[in-house]
Design a protein around this ligand. Structure first.
Ligand code: AMP
Length: 254
């Protein structure tokens, strides 16, 4: 296995993951690296997306986010969504979890991504015990198993502070935190010059609902992976790189 960041490649286009199995994948064939199969757990706003970016750059694998699928569906327009998806998006917009059946179905449709020789990094799934059990079944169908479930830990006060400072680039989707790494020009992405915005579900009243939803479902998921010997718990550091140092160490030992 290589962990050399100089061997990194950009996260590829996620057409297949975001739009469904009928869309082509732009990934090259199998790389020299071990294909990682990882789930990232932790409360909303803990920094899973940023850690996922760093893991992708260092270890390879595709970052697959269920939240991104739902945000993409909202951006495409509620009127284009199926009735079940429309109902799910309404739930999402108020900070509640989308029903298990729908999320599991969406993930199952992307079996091709989960059996990819480049590996995967699931961010935001599973969020309930029933999703975790369903994922085991889907991976068995894909002929693979998980290497690790990495849980990033922070308390609610830290989460609320982190989320209130979070901004996303409209163009390249990079996430930054105004308190930790403010952009050089206010409102403008350092990486690509795109406009920074606050996600609707990062607004304080929605964040409170998301934390309630998280606390209602997280423990059984953590217990599930702990009982399988797959769980690695990482308290978040002061900066994303502090946290990544710990993540890196954990993954190298897996
Ligand atoms: P995230 O970006 O992962 O925080 O997801 C944003 C929102 O999408 C969540 O607050 C949920 O409403 C919905 N969502 C994403 N993933 C899931 C999931 N695995 N189960 C249920 N709801 C989800």
């Amino acid at each position: 296995m290589s962990s050399n960041p100089s061997a990194s490649r950009p996260n590829p286009d996620h057409a297949t993951w975001l739009k469904g199995p009928e869309y082509p994948c732009d990934l090259p064939g199998p790389g020299p690296r071990r294909p990682w199969h990882i789930v990232l757990l932790g409360p909303p706003g803990v920094g899973k997306g940023t850690q996922a970016d760093l893991i992708v750059q260092t270890f390879g694998a595709c970052q697959l986010s269920t939240g991104e699928i739902f945000r993409n569906a909202i951006a495409a327009g509620l009127d284009r969504a199926s009735p079940a998806m429309r109902q799910a998006l309404v739930e999402m917009q108020r900070g509640a979890l989308v029903p298990d059946d729908l999320v599991v179905e969406i993930v199952r449709e992307r079996l091709r991504c989960l059996s990819c020789t480049q590996g995967f990094l699931l961010d935001g799934f599973p969020r309930t015990r029933s999703q975790a059990e369903a994922l085991d079944g889907i991976l068995a169908e894909a002929g693979t198993t998980l290497d690790a479930a990495v849980n990033f830990m922070a308390n609610d006060a830290e989460i609320i502070t982190r989320i209130s400072g979070r901004r996303v680039c409209r163009a390249c989707k990079a996430t930054i935190n105004l308190d930790i790494s403010p952009p050089r020009i206010a409102g403008v992405c350092d990486k690509c010059g795109g406009a920074l915005f606050q996600r609707d579900d990062d607004k304080p009243e929605v964040v409170r609902n998301r934390l309630v939803a998280y606390h209602a479902t997280a423990k059984p998921v953590l217990d599930f992976y702990r009982s399988k010997g797959l769980l690695h718990e990482i308290p978040v550091g002061n900066t994303p790189l502090d946290t990544f140092e710990k993540t890196h160490k954990v993954l190298l030992a897996v």
